[in-house]
Design a protein around this ligand. Structure first.
Ligand SMILES: C[S@@+](CC[C@H](N)C(=O)[O-])C[C@H]1O[C@@H](n2cnc3c(N)ncnc32)[C@H](O)[C@@H]1O
Length: 384
């Protein structure tokens, strides 16, 4: 059962000194004052900030966070900005903490971990009714936050990622056709559409494969307001128009497209997959430049100004040499007047089939040890 902590005596009263009240705004004086609080005296520190410092700061035309940032960057201050902010929040939400039934530390956690006042009240009630310890409270708040994030991630109809490493162990079965070589987990395309397109956008996938992109736009309500067109040299369904991008480019009008998604086949970056690369490194690079220059020129032509293109690409490890395709492709996009606006890492799923040169793994060819790529990149560029 939770124990009520001893009431804290303000540091200033404990050491008998009289606190200087900042009549005029002086940072050095304020820092001295703040430093006199003991580190566990959060409520008193919060009270001092709210009752004494903020009114003076407001009169001086400053915002609250501005004051806290200024103070916390002053040499010698022992409280970081986050701590001052937490103390301010603690006092603001619980000015009556000393009259409340739970120990003060419970209210500090409630104030600094829960934004919604109704939710703080609910947690306080649950903690009282169920005789929670502080660890119980922290765990319940953590579980609640995890559940909230999960809701948030799935509320758009797919597994939304918030950071720039996207790993999906299982492809979402709704998107793309199973057993199709090169099919990308649909969650990757869904996240790309979420971050790089907007309502009303016209989206083109010139290397559509199993139609994963179309499945997402057609089935996820969040993307219903986007329009799309898919092309492939070997269409897998009637929505995909037959087209060889290397021969005829992308059959769209100039300046009409908002977003192009490029998921090139492995053969676009591996000229001779049976040779393990060692015969034709220069030839591979030249072949890559030829193919991609043509495709990127087409992207530049069909995209509107401000339009975007994403590409899935990975480096190649050859015998004794390494081709950094992501950086090569970035160079080509830049030469065509694009700027880079996104970089996401796409680690391979465990057991996912990889290309021949990568499949060599930790092997030796003529005594040279070879690494293999296990992480693709999703690079996104914007036309100026
Ligand atoms: C990696 S797959 C794309 C997979 C797709 N993103 C998906 O999730 O299903 C590459 C696709 O490019 C197509 N392709 C290869 N060469 C092509 C070309 N010259 N023109 C158009 N499509 C081509 C292949 O048929 C293959 O479907």
């Amino acid at each position: 059962m939770a124990q009520k902590t001893k009431k804290k005596v303000p540091a200033a009263k404990r050491n008998g000194s009289v606190r200087v009240e900042p009549k005029q705004f002086s940072i050095a004086e304020l820092v001295r004052e703040l430093n006199s609080f003991s580190v566990d005296n959060y409520w008193d520190l919060g009270k001092f900030l709210v009752d004494k410092v903020m009114p003076v700061a407001r009169k001086a035309g400053m915002f609250e966070d501005q004051v806290l940032k200024m103070v916390s960057s002053h040499p010698g201050i022992k409280f970081p900005f986050s701590m001052l902010k937490q103390c301010q929040q603690y006092y603001t939400y619980f000015p009556d903490v000393k009259k409340r039934p739970l120990p003060e530390v419970f209210y500090f956690d409630l104030a600094t971990k829960i934004d919604e006042s109704k939710k703080r009240d609910q947690f306080e009630k649950m903690a009282i009714d169920n005789h929670w310890t502080i660890s119980d409270l922290r765990k319940k708040i953590h579980d609640d936050e995890t559940a909230r994030r999960l809701d948030e991630r799935t509320k758009y109809g797919f597994d939304l990622r918030e950071r720039n490493v996207w790993t999906f162990e299982t492809p979402d079965p709704r998107f793309g056709k199973p057993n199709h070589k090169g099919r990308l987990p649909g969650q990757i395309i869904a996240n790309a559409l979420y971050y790089y397109t907007k309502p009303g956008d016209y989206i083109v996938d010139p290397l559509a494969g199993t139609g994963t992109l179309g499945d997402i736009v057609d089935t996820v309500p969040h993307f219903h307001d986007r329009k799309h067109k898919m092309y492939d040299i070997e269409p897998t369904d009637e929505r995909i128009v037959r087209n060889n991008v290397l021969l005829t480019g992308i059959p769209e009008q100039s300046g009409t497209v908002d977003y192009v998604f490029l998921d090139p086949p492995a053969e676009f970056t591996q000229k001779d997959s049976t040779s393990g690369f060692d015969v034709g490194l220069d030839a591979s690079k030249a072949d890559f430049a030829l193919k991609f220059k043509g495709i990127l020129r087409e992207c530049a032509r069909i995209l509107k100004s401000g339009g975007r293109a994403s590409i899935v690409i990975e480096p190649a490890f050859a015998v004794g040499e390494f081709i950094d395709y992501p950086s090569e492709v970035t160079q080509l996009f830049r030469e065509m007047g694009f700027k880079t606006i996104g970089k996401v890492y796409l680690p391979r799923r465990s057991g996912e089939s990889i290309t021949r040169s990568a499949a060599q793994g930790i092997s030796e060819l003529r005594g040279i040890r070879i690494l293999s790529s296990d992480c693709r990149e999703l690079l996104t560029f914007q036309k100026s």
